[in-house]
Design a protein around this ligand. Sequence first.
Ligand SMILES: Nc1ncnc2c1ncn2[C@@H]1O[C@H](COP(=O)(O)OP(=O)(O)OP(=O)(O)O)[C@@H](O)[C@H]1O
Ligand SMILES: [Mg+2]
Length: 630
Amino acid sequence: MASMGGAGWEAMRSMRRGDDLKGVKLSRDIKRRILRFARPYARDIAIFLLLVTVTAAIGVATPVLAGDIVNELTGPDGTRRGVLLLAGVIAALAVFEAAVTLVNRWYSARLGEGIIFDLRRAVFDHVQSMPVAFFTRSQTGALVSRLNNDVLGAQRAFTTTLSGLVSNGIAVALTLGVMFFQSWQITLLSLILVPVFIVPAKWVGRRLASLTKESYDLNAAMNTQMTERFNVGGAMLVKLFGRPEVESTEFSDKADRVRSIGVTTAMYARTFIVALTLVAGLSQAVAYGVGGVLVFGGQLTAGTVVTLALLLTRLYGPLTALSNVRVDVMSALVSFQRVFEVLDLRPLIREAEDARELPEGAASIAFRDVRFRYPGPDEVSLASLEDLARPDLGDNGRAVLEGVSFTVDPGELVALVGPSGAGKTTAANLVPRLYDVSGGAVEVGGADVRGLKLSSLADRIGMVTQDAHLFHDTVRENLRYARPGATDDRIWAALDRARIGEVVRRLDSGLDTVVGERGYRFSGGEKQRLAIARVLLKAPPIVILDEATAHLDSESEAAVQHALDTALEGRTSLVIAHRLSTVRRADKILVLEAGRVIETGTHDQLVAQGGVYAELYRTQFSETGETTVN
Ligand SMILES: Nc1ncnc2c1ncn2[C@@H]1O[C@H](COP(=O)(O)OP(=O)(O)OP(=O)(O)O)[C@@H](O)[C@H]1O
Ligand SMILES: [Mg+2]
């Protein structure tokens, strides 16, 4: 009975997945590709399937032997020895089956986990190599959970689906074959009940599929709500714009619907299994009743009736499972397809085949007539993730940089100023090749960045971004990210030089203090200085700094200023400046407006010139002085 229940549950589970498959088109070569992917496992798969077959065969042999025993007991020439011999064979088969099951599990586990391992590693490495543009477009949480599900689904293709197909197929074929051989009349009679069961089962399956889909969607929506609201930024917004009751109602409405769906599906599922058991039980009664009459008529032996009745219990589960096999195979293929889709995304930014190392000491930056527009969704995002992607800003294709040229010589400090949205951050991101230019070239150390090794660029350039991201980890680990294995002494030295050492020393756990999600445990100025300390620890020849636009109080302002003085000393620096003190020290100021450099010179020259910079200086840097230039 157990085996029937198992196959029954499997069948039901595949019904639940049914609706996901509507409208999915499989690419033509997907099967060939999966085969290629499975080739290293060919031997394991073959052994696995062989063992599955053996188990299915034993499943049929035992009822036949049980019938033989009954015949020994009731027949004219039954012997004690014959009965014991048959019982011994049954025992041996049971032991053999146990052993085969264990070995089989080993192969299936190794196969399944091996496939998960391969896919996970491939997907992680590939997603990691995607350009920043990809991450600005996909909801990372959704992507990650999708990939997790699909990797598991692909694994299931090889273990559950394949083994189910083979073992149920063999079980049904063998069972029916043996049954027909024993008594075709009873076999036909008991099969009459099959459509009686399968037709309503299909209906239940459709209901289950749509309910399950609905609850998946609701769960996804609840997850999104939780991840959006339960991070520091989101939680603060909820409190500040104060609608906790509304949030709570929205959440509990969904949770409530999930609750009632859960009850309904539980009842459907149980009804399905009960019906399966009931039909099997009824057909067993038919077998016993009709078979018994035939025994009295002398057309059948008692043993045959027992064999038939026992075989019937093993027929309905596998039969139902097989009736759903198309759904199973399809969902497995779709999982593979989704994983392959991610693996097929061509990273827009790749290292050239003949990429070179940057020579020692090369530390100049040059922009040569650089043009840039942000890549559109068709270039970076994933067709099947379209429904998860954020709605498009409709701003693609607009040129953000329109022919920008300038140079930063080794050791020079160049400041980039201009109104918000002028393209300053965009220009800075082109230097470490977070994006590639659409026209012209960005050079570091005299070489086009597209011809350089990505690792050598990353080694040379230290960047402090506008919002100074920190990982949710200790201060020590956040700093060490820039230089793995740095000693505490060096970390303290960097912290001190960035004027944040005192702050960290005052903390109870010092370097072991956990930074808090997105650095929220530190003030804006402190976070900036931690980020500066991280760059100091790395000590790169080129520093790119996107000053925070947020206003700092005069004390942190001074501290950040000192930290910067140290950080930029003797390095090639490109600073997006929002503070007068930085701009004043610059060897050269570039004024960027709407994607073009409109003025170049030192502070004094530009003020004297009386152009855009002079205006900015008067209105934005103002008397209070050290505030922001936007
Ligand atoms: N990932 C992106 N995808 C599409 N467009 C973007 C993206 N990031 C920025 N933009 C657009 O590019 C333009 C330049 O943005 P950028 O961040 O370079 O401005 P900025 O000069 O650094 O401004 P701020 O002083 O406010 O930091 C803006 O119009 C912005 O809308
Ligand atoms: Mg910016």
